[in-house]
Design a protein around this ligand. Structure first.
Ligand code: GDP
Length: 421
């Protein structure tokens, strides 16, 4: 492990800004302990020992004015998150207290840390590899427990181990090949066929990881789902039914200018962003102006389109128009109001909705909602290659590296085949 020495000591409020029981300020760098000694008076003369909490008062360095009664913990390098000396101050969680404490640290010589700088130092000091450092952010941002579980797996080194395994196989293949070239007289006949078979296996493993990147994106950003359908088919009712007890998740996240995310839900562990559609609100401008262009835009920005029709009446031209607009998208059909009977016949649309799962619900009575959730989850899992709890969340950077590595492998395999010809 190598240590990069940074000249400055950084400080930041580590807990979210707001009111809470506890607010933490983290300081990292070789001046951390000096800052502790300068700003903090232990209540019973305790000396700062590594990894031990001490109780006392935090005060402004010049005036000596007390800021807060706190606990502090010194973590001596290299046994800390960043690998440097760290001091954490556990203050009361008020905005003013924390800002004042941070200001005091800065006037005593610390520098305000940039976003992600602690994790960057952890990476530079070899405490985390890059995939693990990325996992820290994934973990913090995870919107569902399942997503958080995958991020923890990565933090704990799951992806790094798989990559290390692939790398080891490639290095051994390379060594074998070089030995065969350099010592062709002394070594038994080189078995090109076995080497090519191994390269193929590695390449297949890589392809699997590359495919799982789409699922990684879904867990990071959430699956964008648009609920479309003509007015009064029950879209708002379905939205409420889906939100149900999952309402605890963040609501009202503003999205891009193209779409507005009105709600996020936890769909069996997959974070789903429901896109506000023209149809989600009542189409006040009348049935004719369904907002076809808007619906098209929503469909474009969605990962999955949920097309809702009224099961109890036959499909009319508006239903067909909506379905027609979704052609080429990934979607599911929901036949709602099943409590009133089933008259809608999708037969004539079978080409347009090929491969789309069809569900029957009564949004009003909460019927079929769990089946719909599970169905959407398994539909998404099938194309996003989300598999079980050992799933590895490949991100765009990993994907890019894997694609390049796999292209190189393809060239190696081709070279072998050419040599055989
Ligand atoms: P939207 O315009 O597509 O958002 O439709 P709404 O959710 O506002 O529903 C329109 C009307 O249909 C309301 O009176 C709902 O109570 C009713 N509704 C929605 N879902 C169902 C259902 O599954 N069964 C029955 N019988 N009525 C429903």
């Amino acid at each position: 492990m190598f240590h990069v020495k940074h000249s400055d000591t950084i400080a930041a409020i580590a807990t979210p800004l707001g009111v809470g029981g506890v607010g933490i300020i983290r300081v990292s760098g070789k001046g951390s302990l000096a800052l502790l000694q300068q700003l903090f008076s232990p209540s019973n003369g305790d000396k700062a020992e590594s990894h031990r909490m001490i109780h006392g008062w935090l005060a402004e360095p010049e005036s000596g004015q007390k800021i807060d009664e706190i606990l502090a913990c010194y973590m001596k390098s290299p046994k800390s998150y960043t690998g440097e000396d760290i001091v954490e101050f556990y203050c009361h969680g008020g905005m003013a207290v924390l800002q004042r404490a941070l200001k005091a640290l800065i006037s005593a010589g610390a520098r305000q840390a940039q976003k992600g700088e602690f994790t960057k130092r952890a990476f530079l000091n070899g405490r985390l590899d890059l995939a693990q450092a990325e996992a820290v952010l994934d973990l913090i941002k995870a919107g569902t427990e399942v997503g958080a579980g995958y991020a923890v797996g990565q933090l704990e080194g799951r992806l790094s181990r798989v990559i290390a395994g692939l790398r080891a196989m490639l290095v051994s293949a390379q060594a074998e090949l070089e030995a065969a070239i350099d010592f062709s007289d002394d070594l038994p006949d080189f078995d090109g066929r076995s080497l090519a078979a191994r390269l193929l296996q590695i390449s297949q493993d890589m392809a699997g990881l590359i495919r799982s990147a789409s699922g990684g994106r879904l867990f990071r950003q959430g699956l964008a789902m648009a609920i479309v359908g003509k007015p009064n088919v029950g879209k708002s009712s379905l939205l409420n039914a889906l939100l149900g007890e999952d309402r605890a998740l963040v609501a009202g996240t503003p999205g891009t200018t193209r779409d507005t995310i009105i709600e996020s839900i936890d769909l069996n562990g997959l974070p789903v962003r429901l896109i506000d559609t023209a149809g989600l609100r009542k189409a006040e401008d009348g049935v004719e102006k369904l907002g076809v262009e808007r619906t098209s835009r929503e469909i474009d920005s969605a990962d999955v389109v949920l097309v809702m029709v009224d099961a109890s009446s036959g499909l009319d031209s508006l239903d067909k128009e909506v379905i027609h607009r979704t052609a080429g998208a990934r979607g599911v059909i929901v036949l709602n109001k099943i409590d009133l009977g089933l008259k809608a016949n999708l037969g004539s649309l079978s080409d347009e909705i090929k491969g789309w799962p069809v569900f029957q619900t009564s949004a009003l009575y909460g019927q079929g909602i769990n089946e719909l959730k599970a169905g959407i989850f398994s539909y998404v899992s099938s194309w996003a290659e989300i598999k079980g709890k050992d799933y590895i969340m490949v991100n765009a950077r990993h994907r890019e590296c894997l694609v390049r590595a796999n292209e190189a492998l393809a060239r190696a395999q081709q070279a072998y085949l050419d040599g055989m010809a």
